[in-house]
Structures are given as structure tokens and as C-alpha cells.
Design a protein. Structure first.
Lengths: 423, 139
């Protein structure tokens, strides 16, 4: 589709959406009235900047169903976020929403080269979390054979992968790393497997990690992006060029806004990623701020697709740590470790406040290839990592080497930071 | 001239040393010599054992970080001053000792050495007719 036709489609859909939420969602009607914006003020997609933003707190404040735009008899499915703090953010889908979700996921999986001849092991968690069921429906739509194994039970994951000859693995990148390491321990080798594609997502991860997973599994790895508030997995996905993730912008309209002023930013500049759900019926959201940091690129991709691309997410504004006034994303640590390649990629960052000064300690697992014969050589290795981190992030970090398998593994979203300052 | 030594990464945790020893015990591996180098966060356990390959596999399986290194091994006359004499020879050749430990095996006194210059150390051993000891002699 040409960019011009896309804009016409988006404009039509936005007009309908605004009328729909104004008529059916008290929260949006109140917000728009306060701002003096009427549905008739929205004539094209460019008018989107006149509309109010939506934040995660708005979903929490209207828990559980307060932002739904249809009666419950039209809602066919409920999902909810993990809700580590407070109430889970709850979303509802109509039958049309489920169909659209299948459609965008099918596009994502096709983009990753998956077809009806593939056997797809879905190791995202099934249940309230959107990961498992979302990917499941998309895989069925393209006719792949789905193995709905869900997360956890590493040993069985590997056994099924070998016995069923899974060709695609879908899970979080941190779990994919854990599974790769568990291969040898469970007496499997890559020769026992038919795996060729990985579809990883649901947490921020770096390009280096993507390359590492490709190497460890000898597969092609793709990044699938999504969030339950907007739909679940399937909002965007990268193609074989890996130069950003193609957003399904006929359903999800993206904007980038400045993290502080919330003013729209031009393409290419980094800010918070905001989505408007152009076709959603159950819980349509205007300008939902994901807090994920990204940039947009509207040029035609080398793969030929004309859809807007977003830069791979490696952090969100609420993951950002402020250490002695310096901004730090955990993904920066991961980048340095993988680039050095002298330890495993399993790490945990501990933040403390000692005598009113923020301190950082990085525990990282020592692997066999780097086991030294003398304490001095091991201390030199820690110092080398400390030095590399210091030049990359401008903060001093105490590096402590720990034994393999002592840092907790995640079967879902990885926990990389323990911030003891908040207590 | 050298003996295989296990080097195991060891975090400072109560009972942790014994976890390694228990693995060796279960696999019926005998410890001939053992020493631990320590720092504030972790240590390195060094051990000469009856079956190094078997010990390596067993410890790997239990997720310990372990490597096998070849270490210079010398038999010393069991009398005062013999170790000092050997170290004098190394000092004279400007060889630095990185770590050293000694133990008795039956009637033998054995010295294990890691230097900063393996080749030069071998020369010193040869020129001065120092008696080295092999793994076979420790069975």
C-alpha cells in the first residue's frame, strides 16, 4: 500500500474511532470535553495531536472494565498484564478484535518466514498473559502446526522440541537463552533438533542478544513487539533485514513524543512510543503512551514493505535507572557483556545507596572457557569488565564473578535489576 | 614433569567447599593434594586427584566452573632446606613463582609449582638435575 493510501485509510479509521469512544467511553468523553475537542474536529490522521493521551494509570483507575467501549455481552475474551505493582491492567476483546489480532500475528509470522509447513513450539505463558494465546492463534491462522507447551519445565521443552521436530520456537529472549544453555546438560545437541526460526519478544533486548541467540541455536531470530494494552504480541515485527520492526499501522497508529514535554517529535528522533488503536472495539485507546523508547522510520524497507518501522526496543522510560544523576538502561550492560564475550550473558545488577551515594554491583556468571588458574587472573577479568562498563556508561560498577547457574533464570520476562534504594 | 591439577571456581559460601568434595566422594575419586587460594569474594580450589578426567566431568555436570591445568611437579629430598634450595635456583634464573604448594605422598615429599615462565623453569629443572614426579608415581 502506498503511504498516501495508508494515510487515507488511517484518517477514515481515526474518525470512526473518535466518534466511537466519544459516544461509548465516559472517560474519553470527559477528557475531550475538558480539552474542548469534538469528534467533528478530527478530519484526518494529522488531527490526532488534538486528542488526549492515555496512560497505564488510566487503565488502573478504571479497573477492571471501565474503559471498555462495548457491553460485556460483546466481549469474548479477557487478558491482563502481570501487574507486579497494584491491580492488573485488564483488557477485553470482541470477536472482531480477536480476528484482527489473528491477522496481524499471521503477518508477523509470515514476515519471519514461517509457513504452514512449520511446527511451532509456543513457549510463551498461556493464560491471562497475551503472549501464549496471541501467538497461538496467529500460528493457526497461517496453518502452522502449533505445540501449545506454554512456559516452564525446561527439560520437557527440549524433549518435545527434539521428538516433535519443532522448526520454530516462540518465547522470551531470556528463556531462549536459558533453553539453549540447557541443551547440553540434558544431553541434546543441535543435531537432534530441526529448529530454524525463533520469534522472541515480550521484553526489551539488544541486537547483540539477537545475534547471540542466532549463533547459539543456529537459527534466524526475529523480534516480535506488542503490549496487552494495545493488543498483545503482533503490533510490530522485524523482517529479514532487521532494520527496525514493521508496525501494522493500519491497526496501530504510532507516534513518538518527548518523554518530558509529551510534544510530538519528528521521525528519527528518540522518544516515547505512543499508539492509537485504529480498529479496536473492546477497549479502544487514544494515544496510549507505552513508555517504550524508540524512533520511527517511514522510508521504504529493503524488503519492499512500505509500513513505518520502529527501532528495536532496548529500554522503556520506566526501566531507566538514575544512578548519581546518570541515566542507565540495563540493556547497556547486556550490550557491553556480549560485546566482550568473556563471561556468560547472565547477569544481575544490584543498586544500593551507601552513605547517600548510589552504588552499582554487577554479578555475572563465569563460564568454563574463562576459568583462570590464579586469583590474580580472575581479578584482572573483573577489572577489565569494570573498565569496559565504566567507559561505556560513565559509572563505576563493582563486578563480582559468580558460579554458573547461580543467577535466577526466568521462564517468562527476565529480571535484571534489583534496586535496594527503594526500600 | 607435570601433573594435571583441577582448578575449581569457588564462591565464598558456607558449606560450598564440601559440595565439591561430596561430588568427588560420590564418584569415588581420591584427593591426593588440595589447597584453596582465597580472595574476599571467591577462591580457587586446586586439587590433585586420582582420576582428573572423571572428576572434571562429574564437577561439570554439577555446574561447577572447572578446568584442568598441567602443573610442574618435583620430588624433594625429605630433609631440611631442600625446598629452599630449589627456590634459590628459580630465583637465580629470575623466575617468579605464581603459586606453590607441597605435600607428602608415602615417603615422598612433593612440590607443585606454577611460575611466570614455564619454559625457563623446565630448563632450570633439567640443568640442575631436579627430580620430577609423574602422575603414575602417585597411584
Amino acid at each position: 500500500m502506498s503511504r498516501q493510501n495508508m494515510r487515507i485509510l488511517q484518517s477514515e479509521r481515526l474518525k470512526q474511532l473518535v466518534q466511537q469512544v466519544y459516544d461509548n467511553v465516559a472517560f474519553y468523553r470527559r477528557r475531550m470535553d475538558e480539552m474542548g475537542v469534538k469528534p467533528s474536529d478530527i478530519q484526518s490522521i494529522d488531527d490526532i495531536v488534538k486528542l488526549p493521551f492515555t496512560y497505564k494509570n488510566d487503565l488502573r483507575d478504571h479497573y477492571p472494565f471501565g474503559l471498555f467501549a462495548v457491553p460485556m455481552k460483546d466481549i469474548v475474551r479477557i487478558h491482563a498484564s502481570s501487574g507486579t505493582t497494584g491491580k492488573p491492567t485488564t483488557v477485553g476483546y470482541t470477536q472482531n478484535d480477536i480476528e484482527n489480532w489473528r491477522e496481524v500475528l499471521a503477518r508477523c509470522l509470515s514476515m519471519a518466514g514461517i509457513s504452514s509447513s512449520d511446527i511451532m513450539q509456543v513457549s510463551y505463558g498461556y493464560g491471562l498473559f497475551t503472549g501464549g494465546l496471541g501467538v497461538h492463534y496467529g500460528a493457526e491462522t497461517i496453518g502452522a502446526t502449533v505445540i501449545p507447551v506454554s512456559g516452564g519445565n525446561t527439560r520437557r521443552q527440549l524433549q518435545l522440541m527434539a521428538d516433535y521436530g519443532s522448526t520454530v520456537l516462540a518465547c522470551t529472549p531470556s528463556y531462549a537463552l536459558h533453553l539453549a544453555e540447557a541443551l547440553a546438560e540434558n544431553a541434546y545437541s543441535l543435531a537432534d533438533l530441526k529448529l530454524k526460526i525463533g520469534v522472541f519478544g515480550a521484553e526489551p533486548w539488544t541486537e547483540n542478544m539477537r545475534l547471540e541467540l542466532e549463533k547459539k541455536w543456529s537459527i534466524k531470530a526475529y523480534d516480535i513487539y506488542g503490549l496487552s494494552e494495545i493488543m498483545g504480541p503482533g503490533v510490530a515485527n522485524d523482517c529479514e533485514c532487521h532494520t527496525g520492526l514493521h508496525i501494522h499501522e493500519d491497526h496501530f497508529f504510532p507516534e513518538i513524543v518527548h518523554p518530558d514535554t509529551k510534544q510530538p517529535m519528528p521521525d528519527g528522533e528518540e522518544g516515547e512510543l505512543v499508539f492509537t488503536t485504529l480498529t479496536k472495539e473492546g477497549i479502544p485507546l487514544l494515544r496510549y503512551n507505552t513508555r517504550d523508547l524508540s524512533t520511527l522510520n517511514r522510508s521504504t524497507c529493503e524488503c519492499g514493505r512500505t509500513t513505518v518501522r520502529m527501532k528495536k526496543i532496548t529500554g522503556r522510560s520506566d526501566d531507566m535507572l538514575i544512578i548519581r544523576g546518570v541515566n542507565l538502561f540495563p540493556s547497556q550492560i547486556e550490550h557491553v557483556l556480549l560485546e566482550m564475550g568473556e563471561t556468560s550473558a547472565h547477569y544481575m545488577l544490584y543498586v544500593d545507596k551507601i552513605n547517600n551515594l548510589d552504588t552499582l554491583e554487577l554479578k555475572v556468571e563465569l563460564d568454563e572457557a574463562n576459568m583462570m588458574e590464579t586469583i590474580r587472573d580472575l581479578q584482572n577479568l573483573s577489572k577489565k569488565i569494570e573498565h569496559a562498563l565504566n567507559s561505556a556508561i560513565g559509572l563505576s560498577v563493582k563486578v563480582t564473578l559468580v558460579e554458573p547457574k547461580t543467577i535466577a533464570r526466568s521462564e517468562g520476562k527476565a529480571v535484571r535489576v534489583i534496586d535496594n534504594r527503594k526500600k | 614433569m607435570t601433573i594435571r591439577q583441577l582448578s575449581v571456581f569457588l564462591e565464598n559460601k558456607t558449606g560450598h567447599l564440601n559440595e565439591i568434595l561430596a561430588v568427588l566422594a560420590i564418584h569415588n575419586i581420591n584427593i591426593i593434594a588440595l589447597t584453596v587460594a582465597d580472595s574476599s569474594d571467591y577462591g580457587i580450589l586446586r586439587a590433585i586427584v586420582s582420576e582428573p578426567e572423571k572428576a572434571l566431568e562429574a564437577l561439570r555436570t554439577e555446574h561447577f566452573t572447572v578446568r584442568v591445568h598441567d602443573i610442574l611437579s618435583l620430588e624433594m629430598p625429605a630433609k631440611p632446606g631442600s625446598m629452599s634450595h630449589i627456590l634459590d635456583l628459580f630465583t637465580a634464573a629470575d623466575i617468579c613463582i605464581e603459586y606453590v604448594y607441597a605435600f607428602s605422598f608415602g615417603s615422598k615429599s612433593i612440590l607443585m609449582l606454577r611460575t611466570d615462565n614455564g619454559e625457563k623453569a623446565l630448563e632450570v629443572i633439567k640443568t640442575n638435575g631436579l627430580k620430577s614426579i609423574s602422575e603414575a608415581e602417585l597411584k
